[in-house]
Design a protein around this ligand. Structure first.
Ligand SMILES: Cc1cc2nc3c(=O)[nH]c(=O)nc-3n(C[C@H](O)[C@H](O)[C@H](O)COP(=O)(O)OP(=O)(O)OC[C@H]3O[C@@H](n4cnc5c(N)ncnc54)[C@H](O)[C@@H]3O)c2cc1C
Length: 309
């Protein structure tokens, strides 16, 4: 119930205005978002990489409504890649992209615009020796995003995909994408989806996650296990060992600000661990999805609001 309410609020401009103006919001945002500027994100990325972690930098923004904004988002990503290169971080840091931020929703030309923008970002990543992963958004975009992924992989075979275990289709998508060299991030899924396409019960989502993970670990690709759930992490380790995978043949991924001790523990044990680091002004939708995931985050948020109110 609370999750559905928060996810609905993530699309409401009225609630957004209320929350962005609330006095304690800044403190909560700081916990999950590296900063408003690229410079702030670079400081966090350098810190994480120097402590043995990897990074996927995400310039916040989604549902871009005009071409100029889509092109601007592309340029920020290209600038971020250039800055990572200058900072000597491209060995440990890549970029995550939301196609809706690059113009995917811009009517009949949206697919072409998002593809062209993403291809330019991929070309910059290739020039700097790093990679790109395409985030997955709500289920109405899954086919379009996988289609852009396939087109991008013709020139840039290392482009990463994201699959969401809450969707009924995901086990089959894992089979399609478990080919040699295919980088696939498996997450549970963060959007509000109808029962016609997605499991609603968290237990069913977990079962689906494990089925999908089995396919990815047994396949030829490079699984990226995106979860903070201790049970999913333990099952991933077990499946990787059974599939004869060593540390480095797959990786764990977690969000900035979530279970940082576990991130460091896994990296200290020799595992590859990548932290998803969002930055930028458009933090509202991202923050609401984080609050929806965990009641404790809502309590933290409420406390911050009250203490400043
Ligand atoms: C790197 C990364 C990239 C992602 N990319 C996408 C994407 O492209 N598209 C998309 O839809 N979603 C994405 N997500 C979000 C994802 O779909 C989930 O919404 C999110 O990761 C929460 O799911 P979970 O697996 O951590 O488990 P949950 O079911 O949220 O949590 C399970 C358990 O994990 C532990 N846990 C969770 N959070 C905390 C915490 N803050 N502190 C301590 N313990 C905690 C608790 O034990 C909890 O019971 C991404 C997630 C990650 C980590």
């Amino acid at each position: 119930m609370l999750r559905h309410g928060l996810l609905a609020a993530s699309r409401s401009t009225r609630v957004r205005d209320l929350i962005t103006r609330a006095p304690g919001t800044r403190e909560v945002v700081r916990r999950f978002v590296a900063g408003r500027s690229l410079e702030a994100a670079l400081v966090v990325a350098r810190d994480l990489v120097s402590s043995g972690l990897r990074v996927s930098l995400d310039h916040l923004g989604e549902d871009t409504a005009d071409r100029a904004q889509a092109d601007h988002m592309r340029e920020v990503c290209i600038a971020a890649l250039g800055a990572l290169n200058v900072a000597g971080l491209t060995g440990g840091a890549e970029i995550s992209l939301k196609l809706s931020s690059l113009g995917q929703a811009l009517g009949p030309d949206g697919h072409r615009i998002a593809h062209e923008n993403a291809a330019k970002v991929c070309a910059a990543a290739a020039a700097h020796g790093t990679t790109v992963t395409l985030d997955m958004e709500d289920h109405t975009t899954t086919d379009a995003t996988l289609s852009v992924l396939r087109e991008l992989r013709v020139d840039f075979p290392w482009v990463g995909a994201v699959l969401q275990a809450y969707l009924h289709r995901t086990e089959a998508d894992c089979r399609d994408l478990a080919s040699a060299g295919s980088r696939v991030r498996l997450c549970k899924g963060a959007y509000r989806e109808p029962a016609s396409v997605a499991y609603q019960d968290p237990h069913d989502v977990n079962l689906s996650y494990v089925r999908a993970l089995k396919v990815l670990m047994a396949g030829q690709g490079y699984p990226m296990v995106a979860s903070h759930d201790p049970r999913m992490l333990a099952i991933a380790a077990d499946l990787a060992a059974r599939a004869g995978r060593n540390p480095g043949d797959f990786e764990y991924q977690m969000l900035y600000g979530v279970r940082p001790d576990e991130q460091r523990r896994l990296a200290g044990a020799g595992e590859t661990v990548r932290v998803y680091v969002p930055f930028g002004e458009e933090w509202y939708g991202y923050l609401m999805r984080r609050l929806a995931e965990r009641p404790a985050n809502v309590v933290f948020f409420a406390r911050a609001l009250l203490s400043k109110g």
